[in-house]
Design a binder for this molecule. Structure first.
Ligand SMILES: *Cc1c(COP(=O)(O)O)cnc(C)c1O
Length: 386
């Protein structure tokens, strides 16, 4: 064996030994919440398609029409010839939904975060970031080469301490957090973080991947608090509740114009296919016009947590922390035997010792199935709530 294959094989064996090897499983998703794996039909509690919009007839029809009219791909970067007219329409709708002046759509949420952050800060600047922020926020932060300070999850006092200690030595400062935490489902204290950022002349950036469409009346985490939150950089994705693919930043006009010149993941990556953008326009229209639809996922999550005896959820993401990685995998297998797809989340996606089941809810989950699942989780899944 050559050294390359020897390296890959040894690495895989080490991962398998720690129950950390990951494999891709063929999955057929149907309308609603049913998926097919290995010839079995399962009810999925693991998709981020919170509003079941991936299969909504209006979204599919809009994508079909754009496919026929504009073709399968965009042909180039948006800066070259890939900026088909559907982009403007989508960006105007997202800015309106978020209450921002302007918006810029990227190829994905990951590409958005790795483009936005290095376009705003560099080696002379400071980033203060929540410890549980999404991996791509850390990736973007590292790519910027700014000084990185990590604050304990949702501890505004710790963030303040770090800013007080370090802010003065740097030119600009960026305060970074998820709006809804992807593996815990809790909300960031955005009003307090907004005040903190203003007080230290820092720029607050919130990643709303799991907020838009499902909290704050569909407008996302910035609108989900009793008091308004001052968040000048509202990033999000089109890949979850919006049901398609892509990412975006809603911000002031000058910030958005800067992205078009300086965000490398926008400049040097091909524009999204027109059908994807058209589908997102239809999905945003559904979200903006139907608050009752947007309230559905949280109501279903609450039905589950109350039956299990967990605290009320703040978002449609509910973690059941098991602790041990092998035990989390075993719990996931047990639920699959009962007809439920509930994927186990392991380190390094979550901190060591906090392997968990992560459940997500949609309006299409039948109440009686949620209750049956809750009873199984309550009675048969070992829980380590630390
Ligand atoms: C999923 C996710 C992303 C990445 O978005 P994609 O569009 O899937 O690339 C970014 N941030 C958070 C918090 C996410 O959960």
């Amino acid at each position: 064996m050559d050294s390359l294959d020897a390296f890959a094989t040894a690495k895989l064996e080490a991962l398998a030994g720690a129950s950390l090897r990951r494999d891709l499983v063929h999955t057929d998703r149907h309308a609603g919440v049913v998926i097919e794996r290995g010839g079995r039909r399962l009810l999925s509690f693991s998709c981020n398609d919170y509003l079941n919009l991936t299969h909504h007839p209006a979204v599919i029809a809009a994508a079909h029409a754009a496919l026929d009219r504009h073709g399968a791909g965009s042909g180039a970067s948006r800066l070259v010839t890939g900026n088909h007219p559907l982009y403007t329409e989508l960006e105007q709708r997202l800015a309106a939904l978020k209450g921002a002046e302007a918006c810029c759509v990227f190829g994905s949420g990951y590409l958005a975060n790795t483009g936005i952050i290095p376009a705003l800060v560099g080696p002379e600047d400071l980033i203060v970031i929540d410890a549980l922020a999404h991996a791509c926020l850390f990736a973007g932060s590292q790519m910027s080469r700014a000084r990185l300070c990590v604050f304990r999850h949702n501890e505004v006092d710790h963030a303040e301490e770090l800013l007080a200690q370090h802010r003065a030595r740097y030119r600009h400062a960026l305060l970074v957090t998820d709006g809804v935490f992807s593996m815990d489902g809790d909300l960031a204290p955005l009003p307090a973080l907004g005040r903190l950022a203003r007080a230290h002349d820092a720029w607050l950036m919130a990643d709303d991947a799991h907020g838009v469409g499902v909290i704050g009346g569909g407008r996302g985490s910035t609108h989900a608090h009793p008091e308004p939150a001052d968040v000048p950089l509202q990033m999000g994705t089109l890949s979850k509740a919006i049901g398609g693919y892509g990412g975006y930043l809603c911000a002031s006009r000058p910030v958005i114009e800067l992205m078009k010149s300086r965000a490398r993941t926008l400049v040097y990556s091909t524009g999204l296919p027109p059908a994807v953008v058209a589908g997102a326009i239809a999905a945003v229209d559904l979200i903006a016009s139907d608050p009752a639809l947007c309230a559905g996922p949280l109501a279903k999550a609450r039905l589950f947590t109350r039956r299990v005896g967990l605290p009320d959820p703040e978002s449609p993401i509910v973690p059941v922390v098991v602790g041990d990685t092998e035990a989390a995998l075993a719990a996931s297998r047990m639920l699959a035997d009962e007809g439920f797809l509930v994927v186990a989340i392991r380190p390094p996606t979550v901190p060591p010792g906090t392997a968990r089941l992560r459940l997500t809810f949609t309006p299409a989950h039948p109440d009686q199935e949620i209750e049956r699942l809750a009873d199984l989780v309550r009675d048969r899944v070992p829980r380590n709530p630390s």
